[in-house]
Design a protein around this ligand. Sequence first.
Ligand code: FAD
Length: 419
Amino acid sequence: MDATNSDILILGGGVVGLSCALYLLKAGASVRVLEQGTPGCGSSHGNCGTITPSHAPPLAMPGMIGVALRSMLTAEAPLYLNPRFDGPRLRWLLGFARHCNWGDFQRATMARSAILSRSRLLLGELVRDDKLDCEFTEEGVLYVYRSSKKRAADEHHHAAMLDRLGIEVQRLHGDDVEAMEPALKPGVVGGLFHPGDARLRPDRYVAELARRVRELGGVIETGARIENFTTDNGRISQVHSSRGAFLADRVVLALGAWSPLLGKTLGLRLPMQPGKGYSLTYSRPARAPKHALVLREAAVCVTTWDSGYRLGSTMEFSGYAEGLNRTRIDALRRGAANGLHEPEGPQLLEEWWGWRPMSVDEVPIIGPSTRWSNLLLATAHGMLGVSMSTATGELIASMLGGPASPVDATPFAPARFGL
Ligand SMILES: Cc1cc2nc3c(=O)[nH]c(=O)nc-3n(C[C@H](O)[C@H](O)[C@H](O)COP(=O)(O)OP(=O)(O)OC[C@H]3O[C@@H](n4cnc5c(N)ncnc54)[C@H](O)[C@@H]3O)c2cc1C
């Protein structure tokens, strides 16, 4: 491979771009990743690290738009729409609203379930076979309820849908949940346990993916901010970055929440918005939960690793506004304090925010562009990018000459949005 040419250029070095790189390398391609920062510095860094086939049902369902609109009045709500709309955000909201019906809910659930289940299987194999040191633990995720109303609603929609998909979900009484997790304060009315879910330490996972990419001969260009493209005859011929121009036969756009910004320079209108979330990482409290938890009323996710402990939450639509929002960090803390005896660890190690790449239908966009003949997209993984990353890598590799993937790529096709 010479300095600027490779078979496949991957734009973005997050968990999705690195997974694509790894599966392509395993299929024999030469690969170069362009990353503006360091590998995994975007949304892949401080997320909660849960691997959740149980999250197959999307947020978009009848009634959700009402919840989102009411949230504009409460800056602390776990789902928050900033009322100062700009054109792209308003268009996104209208697009999302169109998908809040039972037909699309069913279709999105099926598509998400297929890629989540495959990814979960591949992840276990990858961690074992490639010896990825990332605190991968296969112990399930527990939803905890303090309100009977919330539990009933989740049993009706979420658990019933998982039953239909054949994804195991155990309905637990409050006493059983408290016995299972002494870290919880009393007052639990019930739980839903998803034994097939898992967890890992996401920053370590992306670091390990980057290590394997390099070991297999891939190149990761760090500090390479992509600026624009030269196109020629329906193809992308050059990618221009702060570290010079790069040539490739094929280009994979895996820029997470930044995808629409560069997509625009290619005339692609990706129907996506950043869904901002926050996390707090601590040294491990003495009474840390044994399982990954979701405290459902507060929508707080709690993940414990040997090396630390993280609280994560909130879905805020404020466009590309950067930085920490104190109101929302405080709400995250309070949500954890309502549920746990020892909600915070002895030492606060990191306060973090990240942008989830949210598409209007909450189904990732994976596959060939209809507009540019040598471009593929691998983006819009929303709340589930880590959970879906391995099967995304396998799908992209299969589209570029690698072994076939058992996942039907049709529901993910960029063509559904004219991309
Ligand atoms: C609070 C929170 C909790 C979450 N919890 C979970 C969870 O438990 N489980 C789960 O599966 N998912 C979770 N997610 C979602 C998950 O983090 C994302 O879906 C996933 O990280 C997306 O990966 P990505 O590679 O597409 O994007 P990113 O990781 O954001 O990667 C995109 C990369 O592109 C780079 N880039 C952008 N623009 C340019 C440019 N111009 N030039 C070069 N490089 C560029 C960025 O620097 C970045 O590294 C959570 C997200 C948040 C915010």
